[in-house]
Design a protein around this ligand. Structure first.
Ligand SMILES: C[S@@+](CC[C@H](N)C(=O)[O-])C[C@H]1O[C@@H](n2cnc3c(N)ncnc32)[C@H](O)[C@@H]1O
Length: 255
């Protein structure tokens, strides 16, 4: 059975919904905030997985980082490469599934942003993704994850919403929390020029405590949570669930 996230048509048709001008404008500041938060220089090696159309890969590369962007969607990788070449930057893009991609001890920083986690029916696959991140980081390396957390959602939940994009596309969203608050089901209806497209997407919901448990199982230590990428506290008004988790340095585990 293939998951909704393996539908190329979904990713193609929803580019303007997910990666509009605002999303691109936000990325450089987010990348800067991440480097400040983890206390790294803009010369580090960064794994952006999944990288999508390359918003953050480009932002990190602009700052001087060596970046590998990984994603399953070839259309997105083509777009990311086009923008990279246009900007005169040098970024490595790899087409791979996040359940498979591992490059042992190759990166100082790994990022998983914009609710790019929890897509798989079997939670063992989520675990695999975290274990891959752990293995791909050098000792002392840091993973930064950003998603819509269970606590955020409980506070702002709206079963239905609609908005209009700059190009006139109407985006209608219907949401349902299912499976005893472990799962989120979304229906997106896109209407443009009299044409209507329907898509379904869904993902596992994590609270900070649940995500911390999984990160610990994958081997991570010093796990901190924030309410956004700028470092707001993870309290009742948090906008996002941001996890910062460290792979311990050689020797730390001998203490
Ligand atoms: C919401 S987008 C976020 C992209 C990027 N992190 C950003 O902030 O712009 C989620 C991305 O996950 C990718 N994706 C979905 N399933 C995947 C998988 N199994 N392995 C690798 N990438 C996947 C999609 O192609 C898409 O680019």
């Amino acid at each position: 059975m293939t998951g909704w996230y393996e539908n190329d048509d979904f990713w193609k048709e929803t580019i303007p919904v997910m990666f509009g001008p605002q999303a691109w404008d936000d990325a450089p500041q987010q990348a800067k905030s991440i480097l400040e938060r983890v206390g790294m220089e803009p010369s580090v090696q960064v794994l952006d997985l999944p990288c999508g159309v390359g918003r953050h890969s480009l932002a990190f590369a602009y700052m001087g980082c060596q970046v590998t962007g990984v994603d399953r969607t070839s259309l997105y990788l083509d777009e990311a490469l086009r923008r990279t070449q246009e900007a005169g930057l040098n970024i490595e893009f790899v087409q791979a599934d996040m359940r498979e991609f591992v490059r042992p001890e190759s990166y100082d920083l790994a990022i998983n942003l914009f609710t790019s986690f929890g897509y798989f029916e079997d939670q063992a696959d989520d675990m695999k993704v975290l274990a891959n991140f752990y293995r791909s980081l050098r000792p002392g390396g840091v993973l930064v994850m950003d998603m819509m957390g269970k606590e955020n959602l409980a506070r702002i939940f709206r079963p239905r919403d609609w908005r209009e994009l700059e190009d006139g596309t109407l985006v209608l969203e219907e949401r349902e929390v299912t499976r005893n608050w472990t799962w989120m089901e979304n229906r997106w209806i896109l209407i443009k020029g009299g044409q209507r497209r329907d898509f379904s997407l869904s993902h596992r919901l994590y609270s900070a405590a649940e995500l911390a448990r999984l990160l610990e199982l994958a081997g991570f230590e010093q796990i901190d949570f924030f309410g956004d990428l700028a470092g707001a506290p993870y309290h009742y008004s948090a906008q996002r669930l941001v996890a910062v988790a460290r792979r311990c340095s050689v020797g730390d585990d001998l203490r």
